[in-house]
Write a protein that binds this ligand. Structure first.
Ligand SMILES: Cc1cc2nc3c(=O)[nH]c(=O)nc-3n(C[C@H](O)[C@H](O)[C@H](O)COP(=O)(O)OP(=O)(O)OC[C@H]3O[C@@H](n4cnc5c(N)ncnc54)[C@H](O)[C@@H]3O)c2cc1C
Length: 392
């Protein structure tokens, strides 16, 4: 039976990064994945262009019950380290929003780069392989797989979270964690679009396709990003970001005119252009179809001169502090990430080994570390993969 220094389960972002790091250190490494292709989420990410890092990555961009856990790995492998690799492979990239780096062409080049590096590092990769059991062995671990029994000094769980089962996601990592007595913090879909009650769906679905810059707030979360109205509900970066704070039953506050204090601004405009229609003023800020709909929902009509001060205050309440209670989210089917996961209290932030079981490691999204939208989740996958790969 072949014995490996490390068997990594999951040929995703974290798993491949870990494998190539350990491979270059001379370790005999095998990567197993049940999917028929490596890096399926990378391929789908960033609209096919993979937002592969964020130059401004800070621990504050991550949610975790143990906020200090991510610091060490993020410090040891920076966004610039990953950019260096991308540039060595001649992959062109663009900064679409401040700090957010995407492939100029296609996310395929990132997967190809990782596969090439794994090959150069001597890593063996077996796709379409299922793992039936992992057990303790006298000086390591034993895996029972669809390609036979495999012995390993170390096993790394890099099976990611639960989002998008059609891309290979499974609860495997959590099952292994439970098997070895680790605690799993409640998981929920995040960076996910919202669904609406039938009343709001009826009002908003005719406006599908409209994208507007807004500010959104829920609990402690606050973002200024575009909101996209879809046939199913509310999406776009603003809603994806705030979904990480939202819990069922919560309302979300949307400011449709961010930076414009409506009562104050309209009181001023009322003196200058008293005959102007309110709807025409509103149309300076939001698209016409949305203006028409908003005017209908809130019975906004007449000229500026016809608005009393209290009417202006009321309008400010409705548009600067619009609240909506989503029916839910689109769930695992479209979520980009999983909040929660393996409790990091039992894991070393240096080696990613389980403190009580040094032969077993967890990296990437399976852990209770979740980034905001904008390239942070991949940076976590790369950084945790490298830190673990250096310790195998
Ligand atoms: C549509 C979409 C777009 C995204 N866009 C971005 C983006 O632009 N920027 C960003 O930073 N993040 C993005 N993300 C998030 C990012 O993809 C993940 O955070 C990241 O891939 C996590 O890396 P990972 O290696 O931990 O897990 P994954 O990349 O999910 O890899 C896990 C691997 O484990 C395998 N696996 C699972 N279960 C088993 C099993 N039972 N047996 C064997 N193998 C198994 C899977 O097949 C998979 O290959 C996006 C996510 C999605 C879904």
């Amino acid at each position: 039976m072949t014995r490996y220094d490390a068997v990594i389960i999951g040929a995703g972002a974290a798993g491949m990064m870990c494998a190539l790091t350990a491979g270059y250190r001379g370790k005999r490494v095998l990567v197993l994945d049940h999917a028929n292709k490596a890096g399926k989420k990378i391929l789908m990410s960033g609209g096919g262009r993979c937002n592969f890092t964020n130059l401004d990555t800070k621990p504050g961009n991550f949610f975790s019950n143990n906020p200090h856990f991510c610091i060490s790995a993020l410090k040891r492998y920076s966004p610039h380290d990953f950019v260096d690799m991308v540039e060595r492979h001649g992959i062109e990239h663009v900064e679409k929003a401040p700090g957010q780096l995407f492939c100029a062409d296609s996310s395929k080049s990132i997967v190809q780069m990782l596969l090439t590096e794994c090959e150069w590092a001597g890593v063996e990769l077996r796709l379409g392989t299922s793992i039936n059991a992992i057990e303790d062995d006298c000086d390591g671990m034993m895996l029972d797989t669809s390609i036979g029994r495999i012995s390993a000094v170390k096993v790394v769980i890099a099976t990611g979270g639960l989002s998008i089962p059609t891309l290979g996601a499974s609860g495997f990592g959590y099952d292994v964690a439970r098997q070895f007595g680790l605690d799993i913090l409640p998981t929920r879909a995040a960076l996910v679009p919202f669904t609406l009650t039938s009343e709001w769906k009826e009002r908003l679905s005719p406006l599908a396709g409209i994208s507007v810059p807004v500010t959104v707030a829920c609990r402690n979360g606050f973002y200024r990003e575009p909101l996209l109205i879809t046939h199913r509900g509310l999406s776009g970066p603003a809603m994806l970001q705030i979904s990480s704070y939202w819990l069922p039953g919560d309302s979300i506050t949307i400011d449709w005119l961010p930076g414009v204090r409506i009562a104050e601004r309209l009181a001023f405009e009322r003196n200058n252009t008293p005959k102007r229609q309110l709807s025409s003023w509103l149309n300076d800020y939001i698209p016409k179809r949305l203006t028409q709909a908003v005017c209908q929902w809130f019975e906004i009509e007449g000229t500026l001169a016809q608005c009393s001060n209290s009417a202006l205050e009321e309008l400010e309440e409705k548009l600067n502090r619009f609240t909506i209670k989503p029916a839910g989210t689109e769930g695992w089917r479209t979520a980009e990430v999983t909040m929660g996961g393996v409790n990091t209290q039992a894991i070393s932030s240096k080696t990613f080994a389980v403190n009580e079981k040094p032969a077993l490691h967890f990296i990437g999204e399976v852990l209770d570390v979740t980034g905001e939208l904008g390239g942070y989740n991949f940076q976590w996958a790369w950084a945790s993969g490298v830190a673990c790969g250096q310790a195998l």
